[in-house]
Design a protein around this ligand. Structure first.
Ligand SMILES: Cc1cc2nc3c(=O)[nH]c(=O)nc-3n(C[C@H](O)[C@H](O)[C@H](O)COP(=O)(O)OP(=O)(O)OC[C@H]3O[C@@H](n4cnc5c(N)ncnc54)[C@H](O)[C@@H]3O)c2cc1C
Length: 452
């Protein structure tokens, strides 16, 4: 499709944030065009149908306080259903032993009491961050001067509790505690409404899933935007001067008054900007690496673990690739699906293996937990997000120490002339999530509308 030569606003990226930006601008009567690099919309949300079963390779869950995403679900008629949470959860302890604990009860494992106290302390510290102005936090420099790991080593004596927290960091931030700024972690906890809100299932962030997959609202939004969305149109350069901005793709360029860039920090850093972006923005992008995560789906004829009273949820404190497992069966349970998450250091070891070895490693963990029936998979598919050229990792960026304190004020999301920034990484509420992505797009659209 030929690109128009001119419009009011160009949006770079058709993930949740780009689509949200475009919908608001379209509703306000603005001529908006969306340029998406890939041949599909959704970005870090991709629901592939495999033998009729939707498989969410990226984001999937929605929780009750994610009200913007829920509003989209309603607006576009995308049905959700509660995550499967009934039955006993399994823990694999560091010594290799396997333990069960019931839904709604805490594990009795090593370090649990100290871990619970640590979660409370994290919530208390996070409450010092005002989401209306995170950079005004009186502890900004102190907390942004170290990693989560260095803080844990000084403040948590129990090694098993630190190990538990490390898996929580992998699970929620898809990185290791030594890789992320303590301030960023606390900001993110505040942004998502607390540790329980981020970590737990029913009533919290992992509450529900989309019957047709989490891409469904994005597909519906794109259908509404129609010919304004241009697929397979990677933006390679953005040039601006006093009179306008030119957004360039290999297939042509569009001249506009404003542009909203919604790509991940890693993908944004690959676009050529002329004049170059202000130093704080460049520094912020450089100090915001993406997390390392693979999502692996293994499908069976039925969710056989439910017969044995198991929920399908596993947390593994050993050194195997799989960190966490969930029951990801379709809403009608017409087949059984287990999703395994591989993050942080585990991811690096996993990615270094060959494909067959990776499959064997995942199936070995699943059979250890669920018995020999777990070897009888009818489908097995993985998505290694660091290898996704348009995201370069996931779930989201994890700023390193110094990013917020030194470059946050001017580099986080302050417009650079005619260039505005959206994307979940720029959200104050539910930063890192689909809900935050929508909010960021709505905020950027309001920013642009005020200036047009
Ligand atoms: C494995 C995984 C699990 C997750 N689980 C959850 C979950 O359960 N719940 C939840 O809420 N969130 C989850 N997330 C996070 C969620 O996916 C993201 O927060 C959200 O999708 C981000 O949306 P976005 O629009 O900000 O960015 P993206 O979705 O990354 O959108 C940016 C778009 O820009 C495009 N683009 C990049 N560069 C260019 C360019 N140069 N030109 C044109 N287009 C470009 C990309 O192709 C992409 O479509 C998960 C993420 C991953 C990876």
């Amino acid at each position: 499709m030929v690109l128009p030569q001119r419009c009011d606003v160009v949006v770079v990226g058709a993930g949740y944030s780009g689509l949200a930006t475009a919908l608001v601008l379209r509703d306000a009567g603005i001529d908006v065009q969306v340029l998406e690099a890939q041949d599909r919309v959704g970005g870090r949300i991709w629901s592939e149908r495999r033998d009729g079963v939707p498989v969410d390779h990226g984001g999937q869950w929605v929780g009750p306080t994610q009200t913007r995403l829920l509003a989209w679900a309603e607006r576009f008629g995308c049905e959700i259903f509660p995550s499967h949470d009934a039955g006993d959860h399994v823990e694999l302890w560091a010594d290799g032993s396997r333990h069960l604990f019931a839904t709604g009860r805490s594990s009795t494992g090593p370090g649990v009491e100290e871990y619970d106290a640590l979660e409370e302390r994290m919530d208390e510290m996070a409450s010092a961050i005002d989401l209306a102005d995170p950079l005004a936090c009186p502890h900004l420099v102190e907390w942004d001067s170290e990693t989560v790991e260095s803080w844990l080593l000084r403040n948590v004596e129990s090694e098993p509790a630190r190990r538990r927290f490390a898996l929580a960091v992998q699970g929620v931030w898809s990185c290791e505690p030594r890789e992320v700024s303590l301030f960023h972690l606390l900001f993110y906890i505040a942004s998502g409404g607390g540790m329980d809100s981020l970590m737990e299932t029913i009533g919290y962030a992992q509450d529900s899933r989309f019957v047709a997959g989490a891409q469904a609202p994005a597909l519906a939004a794109a259908a509404e935007l129609g010919a304004r969305v241009h697929l397979s149109s990677p933006v390679c350069a953005v040039r601006q001067d006093g009179s306008g901005v030119v957004v360039e793709t290999e297939g042509g360029a569009i001249t506009a008054q404003r542009v909203v860039v919604t790509s991940t920090p890693a993908a944004t850093a690959r676009i050529r900007f002329a004049p170059s972006l202000p130093a704080p923005r460049r520094r912020w992008l450089a100090r915001s690496p993406m997390g390392d995560v693979a999502k692996v789906h293994t499908r069976y004829a039925r969710p056989f673990w439910r017969d044995a009273g198991l929920s399908g949820q596993v947390v593994a404190y050993d050194d195997q690739p799989v960190g966490v497992v969930f029951d990801n069966s379709p809403a009608d349970a017409s087949s059984g699906v287990l999703v395994s998450f591989v993050y942080g250091d585990r991811y690096r070891a996993y990615a270094a293996m060959g494909e067959a070895e990776r499959r064997d490693a995942v199936l070995a963990t699943l059979t250890r937990v669920f018995g020999s029936a777990a070897a009888d998979a009818v489908d097995h598919v993985e998505k290694l997000w660091p290898d996704d050229g348009w995201a370069e990792g996931g779930y989201a960026a994890v700023p390193v120490p110094g990013a917020w304190a030194a470059h946050g004020r001017d580099g986080w999301r302050t417009p650079a002339g005619r260039i505005h920034w959206a994307g979940t990484e720029t959200a104050t509420v539910w930063n890192g999530y689909m809900d935050g992505a929508i909010r960021s797009g709505e905020r950027a659209a309001a920013e642009v509308l005020a200036l047009l």
